[in-house]
Each structure stands twice: as structure tokens, then as C-alpha cells.
Design a protein. Sequence first.
Length: 189
Amino acid sequence: MAKSVENRALKKGAWSPEEDKKLIAYIKRYGIWNWAEMAKPAGLQRSGKSCRLRWVNYLRPGIKHGNFTKEEEETIIDLHEKLGNRSFHVQVVSSSGQIMVELNRWSVIASKLPGRTDNEIKNHWHAHLSKRLKYDLNSLPDMSDAEIDQYSSFETDPPPTNVPNALISESSAATSTNSLPSSSSNPKQ
């Protein structure tokens, strides 16, 4: 059968509990050998890549599930600050010669957090930590509730961005909130 026809028959999307059990049972019995070839004998209509990602990121023994601890988050923030957006090239010398391995920062951080996957750390960074650091409300000056109320009860909203500049300058120069020209003064009518 042609590869493109086989790929169309593969299931995509969320994994069912039954599929998880099939993959776990197959790996327990036969081990991990070739992801591209394992799916079919395991009774799964999934690609090898899908099976590998499911195992590595969700089913593998020792993976921590659930919320990150404060200590884990501090480690991620600290290492992300030190590592930046770099990938790392590591040379591994084997009996057959040198092999170049590329590690990304998420893999390096995951190596310092047992039970956490690089994918889980990356997702947690982008979904939570980077936003928290960008908008760290704890770094704002302390204000009493009365001060917050005083400054948050604005009388006018900022001008809309789709209003021509001439109208914005007219409205900001005027003291009244009704300084925009009325529809009767519009020359196009």
C-alpha cells in the first residue's frame, strides 16, 4: 500500500484510554525498538511519531503530572535566564566515532527537573511563567485601595485607534468629551 494512502488511514487527535493501554502493554512486552514500525503490531492506527510523543511526554514511567511546585518554577526561570534562546551542541564519542547531538534549552532544563519533560516545561513557560514575568504585578508600587479607586475611575476613555488623527487631536485638545464633530457637520452627507 502506498505511504500516502496509509497515512490517510491513521487516527489523529486525542488518544483514548484504550490506545494508551495498548501502547503501554506493547512496550512492556517487546520494549522500544522502532517507533515507525511499532504502531501497527501494537494494534494502533497511529503514526510512529504520535506513538513516540505519547510515550515520551505522557505515558513513560516516572513522569510527574500535575502542577509545578514553586521550586520547579524558580529553577525554570533561573535556567531560562542563564540559557536564553540557545541550542547546545554536545559531542559524544562512541566506539564508532564522534556523534554531534543538539540539545535545546528545554531539554537542558528538563535534565535538572526529574520527572518533567522538555515539552511540558516549554508549554508551562509559554503559558504561565513568561507572562507572569512580563506582567509581574508584585513589582508595581504598593497602593492602598483608595488610591487604586482614585486612579482607576477615569472620566474618559482613550481615543479609539481607528479615528483619523485630525479628530484625535481635536478631541484631545477640547475639554469636553463631546468634542467630536456631530454627524450633521459631516460634509459627506
